[in-house]
Design a binder for this molecule. Structure first.
Ligand SMILES: NC(=O)c1ccc[n+]([C@@H]2O[C@H](COP(=O)([O-])OP(=O)(O)OC[C@H]3O[C@@H](n4cnc5c(N)ncnc54)[C@H](OP(=O)(O)O)[C@@H]3O)[C@@H](O)[C@H]2O)c1
Length: 330
């Protein structure tokens, strides 16, 4: 089968298309013929061994992914496709089922086929959507859900979502609205209309207004893009307010510190606890029209390097999808 592989950590150019052995599903696994996958920030961070985040994080990243070289040569965590074969012990899925989900740190989705345990975060695809629409559902939404679950969102609670136009942010706006919270979203000028259409009660353009200086306060501030800080936000939080982080070593330390002292807390769950039940929850939201993954660009699998360069601009709106047709170019 065709797959995108890499043998050393580095820039997007370490990725290349190669013919590799098609995986054989174990007894508890399903073999998925993948029609669409994504390039997300997890792929990018893993591919460069988190080098851009500093030496300490890079070392931890290598402990997880392979010290000298990557243990798993195929990246890609999100997928949508059809079940091609099932192991002897599989009972939840059958051949021909359309499935979607995430393989998480097992990766393996930048390929024509991937073997996934049936207990993994995969489910039957929501009715009425395409493989391209299903592939990017999980990454942003599961990360957002992990954070928002800890904030007791409901009617009467207010949340500000900073970085509302990214994969996590676009999901966060829709989920916070679903939970009944009053949602203020912050993004750049070009994404204002989109973010409003996702259900934000009000939208702030950060190029025009600094939300920390307008006198408004919130029960929860969710930094969905890792570009703000607890220190700069503290005065914008109500008493007993929560700051939800998605990135940054300092937030781990602040989460520990504020859990023991102080009124306002930093919440940063590492590793994030995400379950198959969460994927089924998202499927339900999609089928009732309450959630959709925002797609910025689509690329064929062969253009993975270009797609990755675009994701690394940190300017994508929502998600970047890779489509796999099974047809060999030329
Ligand atoms: N996705 C993952 O796999 C994953 C997992 C765990 C943690 N994380 C972390 O979570 C964060 C968000 O990931 P993501 O995939 O959702 O990001 P993303 O999709 O790459 O976010 C891109 C968006 O961020 C906005 N942005 C860029 N610079 C900004 C700034 N200085 N201030 C405010 N907004 C800015 C841009 O929109 P505007 O033009 O509207 O500003 C752009 O639309 C990252 O720090 C990532 O490392 C990601």
């Amino acid at each position: 089968m065709r797959a995108v592989v890499y043998d050393r950590y580095g820039p997007p150019e370490v990725l290349r298309l190669e013919d590799v052995e098609r995986p054989v599903p174990k007894a508890d696994e399903v073999l998925v013929k993948i029609h669409a996958t994504t390039v997300n920030r997890l792929d990018c961070h893993t591919r460069e061994a988190n080098r851009s985040t500093g030496l300490a994080i890079s070392f931890v990243s290598r402990l997880v992914s392979g010290l000298g070289r990557p243990r798993q040569r195929i990246l890609g965590s999100e997928l949508a496709g059809e079940v091609e074969a099932v192991g002897a012990a599989v009972s939840e899925f059958g051949v021909g089922d359309r499935v979607f989900g995430t393989t998480g740190l097992r990766f393996g989705a930048h390929a024509e086929f991937s073997s996934v345990p049936e207990s993994a975060r995969i489910a039957l695809m929501p009715t009425g959507i395409s493989f391209t629409e299903a592939a990017p559902v999980c990454d942003g939404a599961l990360n957002a859900l992990t954070c928002l679950k800890q904030a007791d969102l409901r009617k009467g609670r207010s949340i500000l979502i900073y970085g509302a136009s990214g994969a996590i942010g676009t999901a966060g706006v829709q989920l916070a609205r679903h939970f009944g919270a009053d949602v203020t979203a912050v993004c750049g000028t070009k994404n204002l209309e989109l973010v409003k259409s996702l259900g934000a009660d009000r939208v702030i353009d950060y190029t025009q207004e600094d939300f920390t200086r307008n006198g408004e306060t919130y029960d929860v501030i969710f930094d969905a893009v890792g570009k703000h800080s607890f220190g700069r936000c503290t005065d914008s939080l109500n008493p007993r307010g929560l700051y939800l982080a998605t990135d940054g070593l300092e937030n781990l330390l602040l989460a520990l510190w504020t859990s023991r002292s102080g009124d306002k807390k930093v919440i940063f769950q590492i590793p994030p606890r995400q379950t198959k039940q969460d994927v089924l929850f998202l499927k339900g939201l999609i089928e009732t029209g309450k959630y959709r993954a925002v797609i910025d660009r689509r690329y064929p699998l062969e253009d993975v390097v270009e797609a990755t360069r675009y994701v690394e601009t940190e300017q994508k709106t929502g998600n970047v999808v890779l489509t796999i047709t099974g047809d060999r170019p030329g």
